[in-house]
Write a protein that binds this ligand. Structure first.
Ligand SMILES: [Zn+2]
Ligand SMILES: [Zn+2]
Ligand SMILES: [Zn+2]
Length: 274
């Protein structure tokens, strides 16, 4: 199983779309791993996590191949995770090569956004099926068993994060969320574990949150809890991801801070095979 991170910023991107603060200026000047686009990751070559406004940019500059994607999981409807206009381009006459139908999963807020966005261009029948998923619901798509977990995030929709299992491997992709609840740990105990890779929200980096997002200290606490409960072990790879300019650390700093907690800091284009 492989995970590739294409977008590792929080909602404003980094440098921020409309921001020229000191940290955005430094990111522009230093470039490289300090340039972070909006949230997207790929499992193997066929399961995509979120469809942000930088989706197309990821195909141009980071080698994302969207015609291999068969399953698309939306975490929630925030604009840095859900730019559903691109789904219209799956159908004829906009794509001549996409085979079959993409299976798309998300909550009701995402469903409304997707359906509203896909009526503007005309053309032939949609080439995707939308499936609404509820917290703690499990679906099978392709080679994967996918379970949605209830995120501690926006209160006006049922935000989700995902456990994705393939044979005896499993990835927990926990964006955007605060600290895990007892309900989350109860659900995870019933799923494939020890987890092979855990991707933890770290929007606030040097600051704490835990209610809506996490900082590094919150993420490190989740790591310890997963280990203590036997849901992860010494082989589990822990990654922190989804960074905001409000967190205070450029790539080198978050990398060093994460390493001191036994975790990797993501960057755009990072790929890990587990
Ligand atoms: Zn986000
Ligand atoms: Zn900024
Ligand atoms: Zn969000």
């Amino acid at each position: 199983m492989k995970i590739t991170y294409y977008g590792t910023a929080a909602g404003e991107a980094w440098p921020g779309v409309f921001c020229d603060c000191e940290l955005c200026r430094q990111a522009r000047k230093l470039g490289g791993k300090n340039i972070r686009t909006r949230s997207q990751a790929l499992i193997n070559d066929d399961l995509l996590l979120d469809l942000p406004p930088d989706n197309y940019l990821h195909t141009l500059y980071y080698g994302l191949k969207l015609d291999s994607v068969r399953t698309l999981l939306f975490t929630h409807s925030h604009s840095d995770h859900c730019y559903p206009q691109d789904l219209e381009l799956l159908r004829e006459p906009f794509s001549h090569t996409y085979p079959g139908e993409m299976q798309v999963y998300g909550n009701d807020a995402v469903e409304r956004k997707v359906l509203a966005a896909c009526r503007s261009l005309g053309g032939e029948r949609e080439r995707f099926s939308f499936h609404r998923v509820m917290p703690n619901g499990t679906v099978r798509s392709g080679a994967y068993t996918i379970t949605a977990l209830r995120a501690a995030h926006a209160k006006d929709e049922s935000c989700l994060f995902y456990h994705i299992a393939q044979e005896n491997k499993s990835v927990l992709y926990a964006h955007d969320t605060g600290a895990f609840s007892d309900e989350n740990f109860g659900t995870l105990a019933k799923l494939t574990h020890p987890l092979s890779l855990v991707s933890l929200d770290c929007t606030l980096q040097s600051h704490r949150d835990g209610k809506n997002h996490m900082g590094l200290a919150d993420a490190a606490e989740q790591k310890d809890l997963l280990l203590r409960k036997g849901l992860a072990n010494e082989k589990t790879v822990f990654v922190v991801n989804h960074f905001s300019h409000n967190g205070g650390w450029l790539h080198e700093e978050i990398s060093a801070a994460a390493a001191s907690c036994g975790m990797l800091a993501s960057y755009d284009g990072m790929s890990i095979t587990i």
